[in-house]
Design a protein around this ligand. Structure first.
Ligand SMILES: *Cc1c(COP(=O)(O)O)cnc(C)c1O
Length: 427
């Protein structure tokens, strides 16, 4: 598999190099110059999730990685289900939160951890990543206890839910967490500075595990095929798919699935008030406003790092005629959306509810669609209980960490402080 740095197309790497390096020169994202459509998508849709995912990953990666290695990675990474649940006559939810840390990021993080541990040839690696909530838990869980891997996770202090925090800040061992007194974009900026500092990067063999790593996107491509496979059991048409978006990795993965030949009528990129992309799709102007804190905090991203990939693909495929739409859903409408689904007997949470609302708004009379359920409602227990007015209980994964001690270090948004800490602790 050939990938190019989107900023410096002459920098070309294969899949294994892209996974190990994370980002290219000048923070450029690695992306393949083309995708070849899969041969017989209809037949592929008949397979089970794991078997089909092996075919998709082999098709995209090519013969650079031995087939039995890919089989093994897929089996280890995708060890939980992703059911498509009917919410009403027109909408289904693709529930991606049945993994260990109850959010869709388990797919990408587990897949990437499995790839990295096989591609780094036993050399020590330091994962440095920023999280707006769920990446942290997924990455920490995926890498916890793996030999030769240290993990440093930055997050905006006080801007993620207490339970979210407990899921990844209580582990210890090779997982080091830092609560930064700033917003997510500032955390992301500290991470980017780390990767620009060549000496530091080499000293710790830095690697990024957030959604800019191409392996995470590849993992996520697979569940869009599963969504359509399940949708096809009750329908014959191509669904509309709405994705609750923050950093736009999830949407990009969906677009790749479509480029590979998956029948999806169009995508709706749904955001909260951090709506840089919907405004851009409307006006053609890229204007980043300050990040605002919302109840869908994992989507509080105003300068999404995966957007350049989505944009390149949209241009390349000529999807400028409504194949990708943007929609901003306010906090108030997100709450109303949770309540409407609750009234239909389906418990949701603010992130998925934004996509559910955007989907309802876009569907024509003869259309149906899928919204992506990115997190378990219990991960946002306080907010969800406030919206639906009842106790929703805690699943076992969360109950187990609720009383554990938070081991995070607190820090200001100062890259030099982070660098000193990491060199001292891990250098
Ligand atoms: C990360 C996250 C999102 C946003 O996904 P992106 O791939 O960054 O766009 C949405 N919802 C939840 C619950 C998340 O954790």
């Amino acid at each position: 598999m050939l990938l190019q740095n989107l900023k410096h197309p002459q920098q070309q790497v294969n899949f294994q190099q892209a996974v190990v390096q994370g980002l290219g020169k000048d923070r450029g994202l690695f992306f393949p110059p083309e995708f070849t459509a899969l041969n017989d998508v209809e037949a592929l849709l008949e397979l089970d999730f794991v078997s089909r995912s092996k075919v998709i990953v082999k098709h995209v990666v090519g013969d650079e990685v031995a087939p039995e290695v890919i089989d093994d990675v897929v089996e280890q990474a995708f060890n939980f289900p992703c059911p498509l649940v009917k919410v009403d006559d027109k909408r289904y939810c693709l529930e991606l939160f049945h993994g260990k840390t109850l959010a869709f990021k388990d797919f990408g993080a587990r897949f990437m951890a499995q790839c990295l541990s096989r591609f780094s040839n036993g050399n020590k690696v330091t994962i440095l990543t920023a999280t707006s909530g769920d990446t942290g838990a997924a990455v920490a869980d995926a890498f916890y206890g793996l030999d030769n891997v240290e993990v440093v996770i930055l997050y905006p202090k006080g801007r993620i839910s207490e339970l979210q925090e407990k899921l990844f800040c209580t582990l210890g061992n090779n997982i080091h967490t830092v609560a930064v007194n700033a917003d997510f974009d500032a955390c992301q900026d500290m991470v980017k500075k780390g990767f620009e500092d060549t000496e530091f990067k080499q000293a710790l063999a830095l690697n990024s595990a957030n959604s800019i790593n191409i392996s995470r996107l590849l993992a996520q491509v697979c569940y869009y095929f599963e969504a359509v496979a399940q949708y096809r059991k009750e329908n014959t048409d191509a669904p509309v798919v709405a994705v609750p978006s923050g950093n736009f990795g999830n949407l990009t993965a969906g677009l790749i699935a479509k480029a590979l030949g998956l029948p999806i009528k169009r995508f709706v990129a749904a955001t909260n008030e951090n709506d840089t992309v919907p405004r851009y799709l409307q006006s053609g102007q890229w204007q980043v406003n300050p990040t605002v804190a919302t109840e869908s905090n994992a989507m509080d991203v105003s300068d999404p790092s995966n957007w350049p990939r989505a944009e390149v693909l949209i241009e390349r495929m000529g999807w400028n005629n409504g194949e990708v739409k943007g929609a901003m859903v306010s906090g108030q409408d997100a709450r109303a959306s949770v309540q409407q689904m609750e009234a239909k007997g389906y418990l949701s949470e603010p992130h998925a509810a934004i996509a559910a609302k955007a989907l309802a708004d876009t569907l024509a009379d003869d259309e149906k669609g899928i919204f992506v359920g990115t997190a378990h409602p219990a991960k946002f227990k306080e907010v969800v209980e406030d919206i639906v007015g009842r106790d929703i209980g805690l699943p076992a994964e969360l109950a187990a960490v609720a009383d554990k001690q938070n081991l995070s270090l607190e820090m200001d948004a100062d890259f030099n402080a982070l660098k000193a800490y990491m060199l001292d602790k891990l250098g």
